[in-house]
Design a protein around this ligand. Structure first.
Ligand code: F6P
Length: 444
């Protein structure tokens, strides 16, 4: 499950080996021969022992003393796929600088506009990435390489990589992109080509598993919290004010939870993982009305994927990545809160804010920039050591290699029984469940 595929024996001394010296035994460094445990509580470890299961562990990230590729003869490539996320340019820049400066890999290509960049019929150019060409790109949001959603034929992508003599491909993308990367890696392996395919996981929704938090997430929820602050200011500055903020979060409500906790002013947080009833004395509408009556205003934060069961009209549309197109829960809540106040003869002044793409198109904050850089370094170390079909992540604070198949095997969601949701309940004072909400969410 956690075993990582390698291209072969590492025979070349790494230019970084001189830095590694006697780090083996320090508590702040995980040596390449060590493993990082998946479980980090005694209870979890004990449960595995009781079940007669071995401890599960990840291969640590970081530089190896010996590497697979000879830097002088290695050509690397980078592609960014899927929706934007703060920090994409930081990752591109750090990949290029680490390859050039730490390892001496001089040839790095940038494929443009996601997997389309490998397909001749799209006609996208290929760019040389050098320390000079990536200088300053981290100050801008977005990705200098461009991006697109959707897969391309892995045979065609592999043809392109072969034609251009690429030894290492870095894919910066989400779960769909990692599935695509796996398919390409397998085509290349079947052709007997030794190409390392290494992923840097990108998801502004923070929905990939076995990763403490995804890069750019902190920047995105920080930006989202500004909208919450604005909605709160509006709501409390007018009689019977309701602030309603819709935030990104297709299947996972992490942005909504963290942005709400960042200001601690929200009265209700609605996420895709926790179904809710709208009507009835214990439904969301009655709770909002009562909160306004009690404190003069209320603040509601809703993740875009929440409450889709209230909008289900039997039709299903999908985007280029295969994601179900979401219905507008923000619009529905705005309308229903208004109708409910009307029906009860209560005045209402509702302010609706949907910052939408504004939270993910911004440059990374300093904390995310550092994280992007360290993920990129880990990706370069993994690739130079011949690891493939692997994504780099940070698990319980340690950099690790997660096999791509495992990284796409499940989704990271807000657990209704976890401590994050508990913190939301503590901070908002909202009930654990609204009314007779259905037990499971069906609209995904
Ligand atoms: O998957 C990340 C995400 O930001 C979702 O929260 C959102 O629904 C989606 O991307 C929107 O992206 P796009 O409009 O680019 O498809």
């Amino acid at each position: 499950m956690t075993e990582v595929r390698t291209l072969g024996e590492c025979r070349t001394e790494s230019p970084l080996s001189v830095l590694l010296g006697d780090r083996r035994t320090t508590r702040h460094y995980v040596d390449e021969d060590d493993r990082v445990l998946v479980d980090d509580t005694l209870g979890m470890v004990q449960a595995r022992r009781d079940a007669g299961e071995p401890l599960v562990s990840f291969e640590p990230g970081g530089p190896r003393r010996r590497i697979y590729f000879d830097p002088a003869k290695t050509r690397a490539a980078v592609v960014t796929c899927g929706g934007l996320c703060p920090g994409l340019n930081d990752v591109i820049r750090a990949l290029v600088l680490e390859l050039h400066q730490a390892y001496g890999v001089r040839r790095v290509l940038g494929f443009r506009n996601g997997y389309q960049g490998f397909v001749p019929s799209y006609g996208h150019d290929v760019v040389d990435l050098t320390p000079t060409s990536v200088s300053g790109i981290d100050e801008k949001g977005g990705t200098v390489l461009g991006t697109s959603r959707g897969d391309q034929d892995p045979e065609v992508v592999a043809d392109c990589l072969e034609r251009m003599d690429v030894d290492i491909l870095f894919v910066v993308g989400g779960d769909g992109s990692m599935r695509g990367a796996m398919a390409v890696s397998r085509v290349l392996a079947a052709r007997g080509r030794h190409v390392a395919v290494v992923g840097v996981p990108k998801t502004v929704d923070n929905d990939l598993p076995f990763i403490d938090a995804s890069f750019g997430f902190q920047t995105a929820f920080g930006r989202a919290s500004e909208s919450i602050r604005a909605a709160h200011t509006e709501a409390r500055s007018t009689p019977n004010g309701v602030g309603l903020v819709k935030l990104m979060g297709r299947h996972s409500g992490f942005i909504a939870c963290y942005a709400a906790l960042a200001t601690s002013d929200s009265d209700f947080v609605l996420v895709p993982e926790v179904p809710f009833a709208l009507e009835g004395e214990d439904g969301v509408l009655a709770h909002v009305r009562r909160r306004v009556a009690e404190q003069g205003h209320a603040l509601v934060v809703v993740a875009e994927g929440a409450g889709q069961e209230h909008l289900d009209d039997g039709r299903e549309e999908r985007d280029a990545s295969g994601n179900v197109r979401l219905r507008d829960i923000g619009g529905l809540l705005r309308e229903r809160i208004g109708a409910d106040f009307d029906a009860h003869g209560q005045a209402l002044s509702l302010r609706y804010i949907d910052p939408s793409y504004a939270i993910r198109s911004v440059p990374a904050n300093p904390s995310d920039s550092v994280y992007c850089l360290r993920l990129a370094h880990a990706a370069v170390h993994a690739a130079m050591a011949g690891r493939t079909e692997v994504v780099v992540g940070r698990w319980h604070g340690r950099f690790v290699h997660v096999p791509m198949a495992l990284a796409v095997s499940e989704r990271n969601v807000v657990s209704e029984s976890g401590d994050l949701w508990l913190a939301v309940l503590e901070s908002t004072g909202q009930p654990a469940r609204f009314g007779d909400a259905p037990a499971t969410v069906t609209a995904h």
